[in-house]
Design a binder for this molecule. Structure first.
Ligand code: PLP
Length: 410
């Protein structure tokens, strides 16, 4: 009799987005004339920039000729891309990496999820609350999360609330943890940490032989000076942190798929007997066994993001989304709403007015203003009473949404 991994049975259904779709559908059926503006999804809407498209075309042409055709590539990614990553994303910030510390992949979602393969099952895992759900669900699948209580907490995970009460700055855990997921700029709150604030986490990890899994998928949106772009800007981080980066939001690759993960060679985890083991070696082993690399054409496209023209073009797109974010943020503030995010992030996180629940506010926005956002409670118990809007829509839609919000009585 084949047995299933029963951890999967503990996972609640993906209630959030199906419930949103259900409510939007019901409203549309009852009000077919309503013009609904969707500011809910975390997906880009602008096309790939011309330099990237050209590089893809050229690479396709190479693949069509025997002399330049490529079959399996290196599992870790082609050197031409890794060199550009190191040269552009790290060296200018004073971070030196060796080429075999960077692993190119098909997405940060996969990497954030798969990294658990090389970590022991008995680790105590800390997550911020609210949180990008992948960190939690993949730990549930692995059997590290325990069981879900009626308050929406997994009993073996340590939750670190990030709310208005602590200014969205996570406090160090009051019990010892081994693995810590940090995501900055944050999804869903859009908030960031300063270098000093991030240093406290690096120091905690070093003191406790813990590992930080640092998700920097929204790094390209950082505009403020004191916000670290990489955790490795903090002294000691190479001994305690893995960093995830993605081309998805940086360069509109959500459907194209390319990302990378940095696993420094100094980074160790331990056997039960306390013997240090290189996570770089384990991750390499894991990737070589379970992954066959990102397509050549896609890696050439990612490489083009780092050309002078590519950098200029993707910056323009990010600036467009950031301008959307600013418009939404300011529009909400003018209405007296309490808002964070949208400065170093495409996400705007607002406190629902009058103590409304996240779902009541969702219904209000949908039925009164015909705007779709995401209820904060869908990202964890501490997201209750909050609501997320995204800046990835068109300018036209953002402006129209603001006009509707300005006329609303909250
Ligand atoms: N990490 C965070 C925090 C995200 O919000 C997302 C996507 O929304 C990802 C990772 C996934 O990135 P990718 O498209 O590279 O899989």
């Amino acid at each position: 009799m084949a047995l299933v991994n029963e951890n999967y049975l503990k996972l609640p259904g993906s209630y959030l987005f199906s419930e949103i779709a259900k409510r939007v559908e019901a409203f549309k059926t009852a009000n077919p004339e309503a013009e609904i503006i969707r500011l809910g999804i975390g997906d880009v809407t602008k096309p790939l920039v011309p330099t990237v498209v050209k590089a893809m075309h050229d690479a396709v042409d190479e693949m069509s000729v025997a002399a330049s055709f490529r079959g399996y590539g290196p599992e870790q990614g082609y050197r031409f891309l890794i060199d550009q990553i190191i040269e552009n994303d790290f060296r200018p910030r004073g971070v030196e990496l060796e080429f075999d510390e960077v692993f190119v992949s098909d997405g940060s979602k996969s990497d954030c999820g798969n990294i658990g393969d090389i970590l022991g099952i008995d680790n105590t895992v800390a997550v911020m609350d609210p949180v990008y759900p992948v960190y939690i669900d993949t730990n549930v699948m692995a059997g590290r999360a325990g069981s879900l209580n009626e308050m929406g907490y997994w009993n073996n995970l340590v939750y670190i609330p990030c709310t208005a009460e602590n200014n969205f700055v996570p406090s160090l855990p009051d019990k010892r943890v081994d693995v810590i997921y940090l995501c900055f700029p944050n999804n869903p709150t859009g908030t960031t940490l300063t270098k000093d604030q991030l240093k406290q986490w690096v120091d905690y990890a070093l003191d406790n032989q813990a590992i930080i899994l640092f998700d920097a998928a929204y790094e390209a949106f950082i505009t403020e000076e004191d916000v670290p772009h990489s955790i490795y800007e903090i002294e000691g981080a190479k001994e305690c942190a893995i960093e995830f980066r993605s081309f998805s939001k940086t360069a509109g690759f959500t459907g194209t798929r390319c990302a990378y993960t940095v696993v420094p060679k100094q980074l160790m985890a331990y056997t039960a007997e306390g013997a240090p083991v290189s996570l770089n070696k384990l991750w390499n082993r894991r990737q070589c066994t379970k992954f066959n690399g990102v397509p050549y054409v896609i890696q050439r496209a990612a490489e083009a993001v780092y050309s002078e023209e590519g950098k200029r073009q993707v910056k323009e797109v990010v600036a467009y989304y950031l301008e959307n974010a600013k418009l939404i943020r300011e529009g909400l503030k003018e209405q007296g709403l309490s808002v964070v995010g949208g400065v170093n992030s495409p996400y705007i996180w607002l406190k629902t007015p009058e103590g409304m629940s996240s779902w009541d506010f969702f219904d209000f926005m949908l039925t009164k203003l015909n705007i779709v956002g995401t209820p904060g409670s869908g990202f964890g118990p501490s997201g209750e009473g909050y609501f997320r809007l995204t800046a990835f829509g068109t300018r036209e839609n953002c402006l129209a949404a603001i006009e509707r919000i300005k006329g609303a009585k909250f």
